[in-house]
Design a protein around this ligand. Structure first.
Ligand code: PEP
Ligand code: CO
Length: 503
C-alpha cells in the first residue's frame, strides 16, 4: 500500500496502533437513502472502517520527513505507552459547554501562541498566558453577560503547517522550521533536521505546562473573587487601566450582591476551568495519544481536550480529516477563503454525521478583506445541510501582512474590524458568533501594529519574538476583549430599548 508519511519510499514504520481495537464507528447510514452523508461517502469512500491508523492510507499533508525510521518508530511506541494528558470526562465536559455555546448560552475564548516554544515552558511565561486569558474572560463575561469557556492554545501547540517545505538563505536551502516538536528554528542543517526525540520532549513540556496550569487553577488562581492575582506589569501604566478597574469593581459588586442575597458563595474555581487545544497536525503523534475508552466505547485523543484541523490540512479525502472523523473529542476546523461552500458542507457531514451538539466548532478566518463576501455564503451552506455548529472567528490568520521591511505583522484595526464584522454578519444571517480564536501572549512583545499605545511599524523590531505568526501582546489582547465587550453590550442595550418601544 502506498504510504504517505516519512521518507517517500520508506515503509511507514508504524503499521498499526499498538493496542488497536476496532472502532465502534458505524456507517453513517446504509447508503440506500439519498441523504447528503451517503452522497459524500460514496464519493469519498468514507464508509471504510475507522481506526486510529486508518489515516495512513490517505495523503497526509504537512508531515516531516524523518531520516531515521527506526528512531521514529521507537519514539512513537514510547509516546503510545505514556499516560494521557487529559481524561475523557474532561473532554466530555468541554463538549457539553460547547453545546451550550452553540445555543448562545456561553462564549468561547480560545487563545495562545501561534506556536509554543520549548524554551518558553517556564513558570512566569505560563502564568502570564493564563493571566491574560483570565483578564480577557473577565471582561467578556461582564460585557457579554454569559459564561466564558477558556481554551488555551497551549500544552501541545508545538507543530506548525508551513507554506513551503524548504527555506533558502544566501544560497543555502534547508527544511523549513515546523515547530519545536519537529525541528529547531535556527538556520543550520543540524537544527532543521527533523528529530523524533523532540516529540517526547514536547509531550513532557505539554505535561509540565498542564500540571502547572491545573495546580494554579486548583489553588484558586482563577477565582473571580481575586482578579488582582492576574495583574500584569503593563497594567501599571496602561491607558486601559481605569476601564479595566471599572470592570473588576463591577464584577466584585455583583458577586457581593449575589452572595449576600443568596447566602451562598459563588465558586469560580472548578477542577478544569481551563481547557487545552492544539492543531492536530503531526498525525503519528496524535495517533499514539489516541486511546480507546471502554466506558465510553469510543476513541479519544487524550493529548488535548480540543484538537483542531488547520486550513492547510482540511482536504476532504486527506489523512487529517480521516483521523479526526473517528475521535470523540470536540474538534475545531479552520475555514478560510480557499474553502468552497461545498467543501465545507462535506466537512461538516463527514466530521459530525450525527449532528452531535458541541462536536464541531467552525473557526472562520477570512480576513477583513473577504469576510463580508465569504461568511454569509458559508453560514447558508452549513444551514442548508441542517448541521449544528459553533461559529468562532479567528481574526488573525486572514489579516497577516508583510511590511516593506519584510516583517510579518497584523494590524489591530483589522483584527478588531474582522471580529466586529463577524458579530454583525452572523446576526444579519440569523446566526450567532459564539467565540473568538486569538494568537496572543501575556508578554510585552511588539509583533502587531496599533492598539491603545499606537504601536507603529518602526516599533516592531523592539521586541519581536515569535518564530512564526505575530501575536497580540497583553495590552492589545485586553483592549480587543474590551472593544468586543463594549460593542456587544451596546448592541444589547439598543435591542432592549427597541423591545421596550415596540411593546
Ligand atoms: C494557526 O492557527 O496557527 C494556523 C496555521 O491557522 P490556519 O490553519 O487557519 O492557517
Ligand atoms: Co498562526
Amino acid at each position: 500500500m502506498r504510504r504517505h508519511f516519512g521518507a517517500p519510499d520508506a515503509a511507514l514504520p508504524i503499521r498499526m496502533f499498538p493496542h488497536a481495537k476496532r472502532s465502534e464507528t458505524r456507517p453513517l447510514c446504509s447508503g440506500a437513502c439519498r441523504c447528503v452523508a451517503s452522497r459524500i461517502m460514496s464519493k469519498n469512500t468514507l464508509l471504510t472502517e475507522w481506526h486510529p491508523a486508518s489515516w495512513q492510507s490517505r495523503p497526509a499533508a504537512q508531515q516531516p520527513k524523518y531520516a531515521n525510521a527506526a528512531a521514529l518508530e521507537r519514539t512513537i511506541g514510547a509516546l503510545g505507552r505514556l499516560p494521557p494528558l487529559v481524561v475523557s470526562w474532561e473532554v466530555e465536559a468541554l463538549r457539553a459547554k460547547l453545546a451550550q455555546a452553540e445555543r448562545g448560552e456561553q462564549f468561547l475564548l480560545q487563545g495562545g501562541d501561534c506556536s509554543e516554544s520549548f524554551e518558553d515552558c517556564e513558570s512566569d511565561n505560563i502564568a502570564r498566558r493564563l493571566k491574560i486569558l483570565l483578564q480577557m474572560s473577565l471582561v467578556l463575561l461582564q460585557g457579554l453577560k454569559k459564561p466564558v469557556i477558556r481554551v488555551g492554545r497551549f500544552a501541545g501547540q508545538y507543530a506548525k503547517p508551513r507554506s513551503a517545505d524548504t527555506e533558502t538563505r544566501d544560497g543555502l536551502t534547508l527544511p523549513c522550521y515546523r515547530g519545536d516538536n519537529v525541528n529547531r528554528p535556527g538556520f543550520t542543517a543540524a537544527e532543521r533536521e527533523p528529530d523524533p526525540e523532540l516529540l517526547l520532549r514536547g509531550y513532557e513540556r505539554a505535561s509540565l505546562t498542564l500540571n502547572f496550569v491545573r495546580a494554579l487553577i486548583d489553588g484558586g488562581f482563577a477565582d473571580l473573587h481575586h482578579p488582582e492575582y492576574w495583574d500584569l506589569g503593563f497594567m501599571r501604566h496602561s491607558p486601559l487601566r481605569d476601564a479595566y478597574q471599572g470592570i473588576v469593581d463591577s464584577i466584585a459588586g455583583s458577586l457581593e450582591f449575589f452572595e449576600s442575597v443568596s447566602g451562598q458563595r459563588v465558586h469560580a474555581a472548578t477542577r478544569c476551568d481551563f481547557y487545552t487545544s492544539h492543531e492536530g497536525l503531526h498525525l503519528l503523534s496524535e495517533q499514539a495519544q489516541t486511546r480507546y475508552i471502554e466506558r465510553q466505547k469510543r476513541w479519544y485523543n487524550l493529548s488535548t481536550h480540543m484538537p483542531w484541523v488547520g486550513m492547510r490540512t482540511a482536504a476532504i479525502d486527506g489523512a487529517h480529516v480521516e483521523y479526526f472523523r473517528g475521535i470523540a473529542n470536540p474538534i475545531g476546523v479552520k475555514v478560510g477563503s480557499a474553502m468552497s461552500a461545498e467543501w465545507l458542507q462535506e466537512l461538516v457531514q463527514v466530521l459530525n454525521p450525527q449532528a452531535q451538539p458541541g462536536r464541531l466548532t467552525l473557526i472562520h478566518r477570512f480576513g477583513i478583506k473577504d469576510i463580508e463576501q465569504r461568511l454569509p455564503e458559508m453560514i447558508r451552506a452549513v444551514r442548508a445541510v441542517g448541521a449544528r455548529v459553533l461559529w468562532v472567528c479567528d481574526p488573525m490568520h486572514g489579516n497577516t501582512e508583510t511590511t516593506s521591511g519584510g516583517v510579518k505583522t497584523r494590524r489591530f484595526e483589522n483584527i478588531l474590524g474582522e471580529v466586529e464584522a463577524a458579530f454583525r454578519i452572523h446576526e444579519e444571517c440569523g446566526s450567532m458568533l459564539g467565540g473568538v480564536h486569538i494568537e496572543l501572549t501575556g508578554e510585552d512583545v511588539t509583533e502587531c501594529i496599533g492598539g491603545a499605545r499606537g504601536l507603529a511599524e518602526a516599533d516592531l523590531a523592539r521586541a519581536y519574538k515569535s518564530a512564526v505568526d505575530p501575536r497580540l501582546n497583553g495590552e492589545q489582547s485586553l483592549e480587543l476583549a474590551m472593544r468586543i465587550a463594549q460593542r456587544v453590550g451596546a448592541n444589547r442595550r439598543t435591542a432592549r430599548v427597541g423591545n421596550r418601544l415596540s411593546r
